[in-house]
Design a protein around this ligand. Structure first.
Ligand code: ADP
Ligand code: MG
Length: 350
């Protein structure tokens, strides 16, 4: 009998070792900055703190490399910088595989949104310079209507000389992927996580964009808060999501400068060249099912929907199979049916 029990014990130990039940996933958290914003990581994984440190460092490096090699309009090392520097020189440039895919997806949103999302707005965005004015309000100078009209004359992604994997950028046009950078980063981050079998689940945010991955040890859903655009220290509600979701919020509270009671924010309406004024305070886009480039698309759509406003925005999101939630200037909330399955209003707002 004793021998029999011993055998069972040995067998149980082997099973536990193989299934990893002796090493239950542990929660690790890390907050960094990258892409000019806060990167927040919560990861459930087996392994010690050193292993977790390694994973979170790889995630940060992945985001930094994307910015340095491809997306930043400020850094000379990036592909976007080089494309912009080539404007008007008549030479066509061969695009990297990553950038070819990015422009391909961006063009879909550009066309479907009637140009509300437009990655050729760089020269107009530079006139406003909201990014630095949001930090140093004293540096803010309102662009003149003449400056805006002149810059807008050239704007339009269809004028950017893009031809599949080549681009010949005309003089006066500057590309700006600021509206999709965080989403692209999260698409890549998901691949980094997939490379680590020790990672069971994670929720990672880059500014207002979030990805959920895998599951928690207790099987509960991931909670992603939606910021109250009227009081950014609190949430208007929570999305309870399974792994594999992508969420992106665009709001007039992210980067702005206020002059004489007027808020100039960083989401521009390509029709006017001015901060979008569609009666919307924030838009959240969600992909809850598998979708290629879901981070990029949710990011592009949140910007496009902010420019379009509630009615046209809801139509656009639905045409892309995405869920949407709008908070308008009166504080009213509008959402797709699919979004309401995940959304729970905060108590104080009810
Ligand atoms: P955030 O960067 O706060 O997440 P968005 O994703 O909405 O906000 O992107 C805003 C950035 O995108 C701006 O800082 C600017 O660089 C660029 N941008 C502004 N308006 C547009 C637009 N209509 N279409 C595409 N890009 C835009
Ligand atoms: Mg966006």
């Amino acid at each position: 009998m004793k021998k029999y029990l011993q055998k069972i014990l040995v067998l149980l130990t082997v099973v536990c070792f193989c299934t990893g039940c002796s090493r239950r996933p542990v929660k690790y958290q890390k907050t960094d900055t990258a892409m000019g914003t806060i990167v927040s990581q919560t990861i459930y994984m087996t392994g010690d703190a050193e292993a977790a440190e390694e994973v979170t460092a790889q995630v940060r490096v992945c985001i930094e490399e994307l910015e340095q090699k491809y997306l930043s309009w400020r850094l000379e090392s990036s592909e976007i910088y080089k494309i912009n520097a080539s404007a008007g020189n008549g030479q066509s440039m061969e695009l990297s595989g990553l950038m070819t895919e990015v422009f391909d997806q961006c063009n879909k949103v550009y066309e479907a949104s009637g140009g509300a999302f437009d990655f050729s707005m760089g020269s107009v965005a530079r006139l406003w310079n909201i990014d630095s004015a949001a930090v140093h309000a004293e540096s803010f100078v309102l662009p003149t209507q003449q400056q805006l009209t002149q810059a807008l004359d050239l704007v339009g992604a269809e004028n950017s000389g893009l031809d599949s994997s080549q681009i010949t950028l005309p003089r006066g046009i500057q590309l700006d992927l600021g509206a999709v950078g965080k989403g692209i980063a999260l698409d890549k981050v998901e691949s980094v996580l997939q490379e680590h079998e020790t990672v069971n689940g994670a929720v990672i945010s880059v500014g207002g964009s979030v990805v959920t991955y895998g599951s928690k040890p207790d099987g509960s859903l991931w909670n992603v808060g939606i910021v109250d655009p009227f009081d950014t220290l609190r949430n208007i509600g929570i999305l309870s999501l399974p792994g594999g979701c992508s969420v992106s919020t665009s709001g007039d509270y992210e980067r702005y400068v206020e002059v004489d009671g007027v808020r100039y924010h960083h989401i521009l309406d390509p029709a006017t060249g001015r901060p979008a004024d569609s009666g919307v305070k924030s838009v959240t886009i969600l992909y809850s099912t598998e979708q290629e480039a879901k981070g990029l698309l949710s990011d592009a759509l949140s910007t496009a929907c902010f420019v379009l406003g509630v009615e046209d925005g809801l139509r656009l999101a639905e045409s892309f199979g995405a869920e949407a939630l709008f908070v308008d200037a009166q504080g009213e909330i509008y959402m797709t049916d699919g979004m309401s399955q995940f959304f729970c209003l905060s108590n104080a707002v009810k």
